[in-house]
Design a protein around this ligand. Structure first.
Ligand code: PXL
Length: 277
């Protein structure tokens, strides 16, 4: 049986195909009971839109947690993405402590940075708090920029395998158990994902589509979690998520008006096929 109750904690960007509006449909399609805790409500995501509204929901989290605990609600997995504030990270750690079912997995996408820079809402205090969450999780899914912020290593556009190995080893030394490092490319036209687990490294290379696409990190992480909960190991889940994300980007190419996200909905049947459903 691979029907699990998962809690995903991230923002609702009402428009923009990221965070909860991506995670909820993907995890539901993967056949999982998907409970949500919105960290904030934004009119759009923050990567490219201007003048967006933000309502931070940090204050609501303690009462929601208390209620779930009173109802004896427990989760088989807790998966976090973009969070609203530093205080919220403390609350999320509390949720993981109090509401995890036995054997539950904590999966953290430290969604805070890309292309060498933090997203506009974040600062180094947020990075420090994210370290405490990421290094106590079972699985983390950083991109190279996020891995650099988590380890203090210098961000590089050009790198070799030794640089990636050092990044992974520093993450492991800091406490990360399984690391799924995304956006790792060694050759022109290719990118990929490097999975490090129990001292073993495995790399999956796939096509890199030139234009950067917003929201693909969220599509990737949700598809990874969905595959993991369908009894795949971390590497197998990383491969499925990569193949699905590439399809989503391909489905969006050629539509210049669709710069803010990817058309992941159109490729859900392909995702289900990859899951063998
Ligand atoms: O895709 C990550 C993400 C999620 N949520 C919000 C964002 C971003 C990236 O910029 O702004 C609100």
């Amino acid at each position: 049986m691979s029907y699990h109750k998962i809690l995903t904690i991230q923002d609702i960007s009402c428009v923009g195909q990221c965070s909860l509006t991506v995670a909820l449909p993907i995890l539901s399609a993967a056949g999982q009971e998907t409970c949500i805790l919105p960290s904030a409500v934004l009119s759009t995501h923050t990567a490219g839109f201007t003048g967006y509204t933000v309502r931070d929901l940090t204050e609501d989290i303690p009462a929601i947690t208390d209620h779930w605990e009173k109802e004896r609600i427990k989760f088989d997995a807790i998966y976090t993405g973009y969070l609203g504030s530093t205080q919220q990270i403390t609350y999320v750690r509390d949720i993981i402590r109090r509401l995890s079912a036995p054997g539950s997995l904590a999966i953290v996408d430290p969604a805070m940075a890309d292309n060498g820079r933090l997203y506009p809402a974040f600062d180094m205090a947020y990075v420090a708090a994210m370290k405490t969450l990421a290094f106590s999780a079972d699985i983390i899914l950083p991109n190279i920029t996020e891995a650099c912020f988590l380890t203090g290593m210098e961000y590089r556009e050009q790198y070799d395998e030794a640089y990636i190995v050092e990044l992974l080893d520093r993450l492991s030394a800091a406490g990360a158990r399984t690391v799924v490092l995304t956006g790792v490319g060694f050759r022109e036209g290719c990118t990929g994902v490097m999975v490090q687990e129990n001292g073993r490294r495995r790399y999956y290379e796939h096509r890199k589509i030139a234009k950067g696409s917003h929201g693909t990190g969220d599509v990737y992480a949700a598809a990874f979690v969905g595959a993991l909960l369908n009894e795949r190991d971390a590497y197998e889940a990383a491969v499925i998520a990569a193949d699905y994300t590439v399809k989503c980007i391909e489905a969006t190419q050629g539509d210049p008006d669709h710069w803010y996200g990817v058309k992941f909905e159109a490729e859900l049947p392909a995702y289900l096929k990859l899951l063998g459903k």
